[in-house]
Write a protein that binds this ligand. Structure first.
Ligand code: IPE
Ligand code: IPE
Ligand code: MG
Length: 243
């Protein structure tokens, strides 16, 4: 556990990150954009460690959106390769720390080498309980909702589900990571203040904190500042203030 000047009861259970600003981080240094993604994957590993040290149970990270296929192929190839390397390097540590890995997103179009290591990480860690690490890869919030609706409709046609039984809770079972709790805190780096199609269903009552720092520079100290901000928020969930 690391020291933090806030009450641990005020820590979020689920923190979701939009890891943005990798390209600008690289360009500012006169480097090709893809090296920003390399630095981003290294940052991801260190931030994950920091979250674990703080006792944050669930983390989600936006690594690649369904819209990111509009990037140059060379940038995409590098990013997929860095993600593969990330899992190669970190899979044993995730296992040792009792972390369950979730991959949220569509499998189609992802390179086989990246998919294989993701599958291995999911399979190896499937019985882990202490922490959850959800990586959103080829992920789109609208895609997730439409896909869930399609699966539900098909279960109805096959007699496995009934239209009249659909609730917010049962709908959730069709999402990519149904057993994860709703997002408490969303953090987007790089100064951009939008969702870019991230976790639309799960984020309904999340608090948003935007940091100006580019993701590869977003260290534990930066995260602590966001958590301190989160602890000051008064979450009402449609009810009245708790004073
Ligand atoms: C976020 O960094 C990572 C992905 C979207 C894959 P960017 O690559 O979007 O970096 P900027 O926003 O162009 O600086
Ligand atoms: C969102 O960042 C996706 C990821 C961080 C993976 P983008 O850089 O793709 O978002 P926009 O295009 O600026 O909205
Ligand atoms: Mg961006």
């Amino acid at each position: 556990m690391v020291d933090l000047p806030i009450d641990r009861n005020k820590l979020p259970v689920h923190v979701a990150f939009i890891m943005d600003g990798n390209g600008r981080w690289a360009q500012k240094r006169g480097l090709p954009r893809y090296l920003g993604h390399k630095a981003a994957c290294e940052r991801l590993a260190s931030l994950l460690r920091h979250c674990r040290d703080l006792g944050i149970k669930v983390t989600s990270f936006f690594a690649f959106s369904t819209e990111n296929w509009n990037r140059p192929q060379d940038e995409i190839d590098h990013l997929m390769e860095y993600l593969r390397i990330f899992f190669e390097k970190n899979i044993d540590e995730l296992m040792a720390n009792d972390t369950k890995v979730y991959i949220s997103g569509e499998r189609d179009r992802l390179p086989k080498a990246t998919l294989d290591i993701c599958d291995k990480a999911v399979d190896m860690t499937k019985n882990n309980k202490r922490f959850a690490f959800n990586i959103c890869l080829n992920y789109g919030g609208r895609d997730e909702i439409v896909r869930a609706a399609r699966h539900f409709a098909s279960d109805c046609l096959e007699g496995k589900a009934k239209f009249s039984d659909l609730t917010e809770q049962t709908f959730r079972s069709y999402l990519f990571a149904p057993d994860l709790p709703d997002v408490d805190l969303l953090i987007r780096t790089s100064g951009e203040e939008r969702l870019s199609n991230y976790l639309l269903y799960e984020i309904a009552y999340a608090e948003f904190v935007f940091a100006d720092t580019y993701w590869p520079d977003f260290d534990g100290h930066e995260l602590d500042k966001c958590l301190i901000e989160f602890a000051k928020r008064n979450r009402r969930f449609g009810g009245l203030s708790r004073g």
